[in-house]
Design a protein around this ligand. Structure first.
Ligand SMILES: Nc1ncnc2c1ncn2[C@@H]1O[C@H](COP(=O)(O)OP(=O)(O)OP(=O)(O)O)[C@@H](O)[C@H]1O
Ligand SMILES: [Mg+2]
Length: 320
């Protein structure tokens, strides 16, 4: 990885890296880029989507037409050297967990056939979220639920948008507190401990450089501290415009008279105004956030290709 000593970068030694932020800010891009950079640095890495999302295989050219990506048992899809992607299916995850708890396979089969999840979720609201976050945690455990499965060194989690993402992680603590004793309490407690331990997991917030997104990111940082009892490790300001026009260039443009087309002058003015506004918000975030703030540039492309996502990931890990 350019410019990075693998031992110096704290993200390289975490089991779980959570990525969240508002809708559309670049969460999936950042998660995928981080995953690629970590795999390149020698970590056995899996990027994990939750909810019904399944964007990663497509980004890696495993898109439509590859039947294994759509089959219900397409779990950990191999995308490249030391790099996998998965999308959590809570029903399957619950079945796998039960198989580690129950004495016989036939009992698991019986419960599964009886539409188990409906009963479970009716009895305990939040059960689906608990199973999801527990499955995410399981991917990095030395002893996997399925005996033949290999653990990952690091799981990069593309969480749902801010509030939902924190809520999802919060279910581990809620269940550990409510259940208190028994297998669910101890399992949820282990997941909670990993989520809340900054030496084992990392929390990355992604934001765009605007007034509202910056305010919301500051609120998110507060919420992570309150509800997950841990700090945000890094805030990524994504898609920052370059400062293309130096003051002297602008003055020259303004002074150019008729030699400079009016359109060019207008474009330069408007881009300068946008850049200024972005820089002001970036400055505010840097002053008010507790976490370090790093930036990623705006990449002018309708959709980012794998190489562009990889370059953003390298840049990010180099800055952290
Ligand atoms: N730095 C960047 N420069 C240019 N385009 C970007 C950049 N980062 C992300 N994008 C593009 O912005 C769009 C949204 O990015 P992405 O899907 O990663 O966001 P998201 O937060 O995961 O969205 P959602 O909330 O819908 O899951 C995508 O088309 C992506 O290619
Ligand atoms: Mg996404």
């Amino acid at each position: 990885m350019p410019g990075v000593s693998p031992t110096a970068n704290p993200l390289l030694h975490r089991e779980l890296i959570f990525v969240t932020g508002k809708g559309g800010v670049g969460k999936t891009t950042v998660a995928a880029g981080l995953g690629m950079a970590l795999a390149a640095a020698g970590r056995r890495t899996i990027v994990c989507e939750v909810g019904a999302q399944r964007r990663l295989p497509a980004l890696f050219g495993h898109g439509a037409g590859a039947p294994q990506d759509h089959a219900p048992d397409a779990r950990e899809v191999h995308l490249g050297e030391r790099l996998w992607a998965t999308s959590i299916d809570p029903n399957r995850a619950l079945r796998e967990w039960l198989a580690t708890q129950l004495p016989s396979k036939s009992l698991v089969e019986l419960l599964t056939r009886s539409n188990l999840f409906q009963y479970f979720t009716a009895a305990a609201p939040g059960a689906r979220e608990l199973v999801t976050v527990t499955k995410v945690w399981e991917l990095a455990q030395a002893k996997r639920w399925e005996k033949r499965a290999q653990p990952y060194d690091v799981v990069v989690v593309d969480l749902p948008a801010s509030g939902h993402g924190v809520g999802l992680l919060r279910t581990a603590r809620t269940f550990a507190d409510v259940a208190r004793v028994g297998p669910i309490a101890s399992q949820a407690g282990r997941v909670r401990d990993t989520i809340e331990d900054p030496s084992r997991s990392a929390f990355v917030a992604v934001a765009l450089p605007g007034e509202l997104p910056v305010t919301e990111t500051l609120e998110l940082e507060d919420r992570v501290q309150r509800e997950l009892r841990r700090p945000v490790d890094a805030i990524v300001v994504n898609a920052l415009l370059p400062r293309r026009w130096a003051a002297a260039d602008l003055e020259a443009l303004e002074a150019g008279g008729d030699a400079v087309p009016a359109q060019a002058r207008r474009a330069a003015r408007s881009e300068t105004a946008r850049t200024k506004a972005q820089q002001a918000q970036l400055g505010r975030l840097r002053r008010e956030a507790l976490a370090p703030v790093v930036t990623l540039p705006f990449v002018p492309a309708p959709t980012l290709a794998r190489e562009q996502v990889a370059a953003l990931g390298d840049e990010l890990v180099g800055k952290l």
